[in-house]
Design a binder for this molecule. Structure first.
Ligand SMILES: [Zn+2]
Length: 210
């Protein structure tokens, strides 16, 4: 175990030294070294592309993922092309696109089709928006966790021996301490571990946001 940690430390040290060296070199030459930068960019764009899908799923739903995948490396894609590309009806496709637009994850321009005479929307992905949205989602999650923690700390909870339902004191009174599922008596439970779990999650999220 100790040996492992030691080698890990060494590796980190090595890494840091390498990075320092690179920094010094680039300062000297005043020109960033090509290779490392390229590698970094590639890695970042990979994460972002996955992140875009994750954020879209969180905000709009899984049905948004095929659209994100379809337009991510294209420019100004017509809504009809998108619909046929993801094998979805045009109305449904438009619906998802506008829901993505509500979060500014996509943008569009409308152009009149010269042949058909009607307007068509051309869509683009706005991946740079993701960073802001990730922060927003995390903040919302943090708020929810804090609310939940408050509830756990300010009430006592009751559960039957079969663990069908978990209710707070008020509800337990309403139910006369009888489980609505199995009819057995509901007893007070210790929620110390739940509180601990919530506290840890809150700490972790706060670290991530900071
Ligand atoms: Zn029960």
């Amino acid at each position: 175990m100790k040996q492992k940690q030691k080698t890990k430390k060494k590796q980190i040290k090595k890494k840091n030294m390498k990075q320092k060296k690179i920094k010094q070199k680039s300062k000297l030459k005043q020109k960033p070294i090509q290779k490392p930068t390229l590698k970094k960019e590639k890695k970042q764009s990979k994460i972002t592309s996955h992140l875009v899908e994750e954020v879209a799923t969180e905000l709009v739903g899984e049905e948004a993922v095929p659209i994100i995948k379809y337009i991510k490396n294209k420019k100004s894609t017509s809504e009809f092309k998108i619909a046929s590309g993801i094998r979805e009806e045009i109305h449904k496709t438009r619906n998802i696109l506008y829901r993505l637009f509500d979060h500014s994850l996509v943008s569009f321009i409308r152009k009149k089709d010269k042949k058909k005479g009607w307007y068509i929307c051309y869509w683009d992905l706005e991946p740079q928006r993701v960073k802001y949205l990730v922060g927003k989602i995390k903040k919302q999650k943090l708020e929810n966790l804090k609310d939940r923690l408050k509830k756990e700390q300010s009430s006592t909870f009751f559960m039957c021996k079969n663990a069908c339902t978990r209710v707070d004191f008020e509800k337990a009174i309403d139910m006369e301490f009888k489980c609505p599922e199995c009819g057995s008596l509901m007893n007070q439970i210790d929620n110390k571990r739940t509180i601990e779990f919530l506290n840890n999650q809150i700490l972790e999220l706060e670290k991530e946001i900071a």
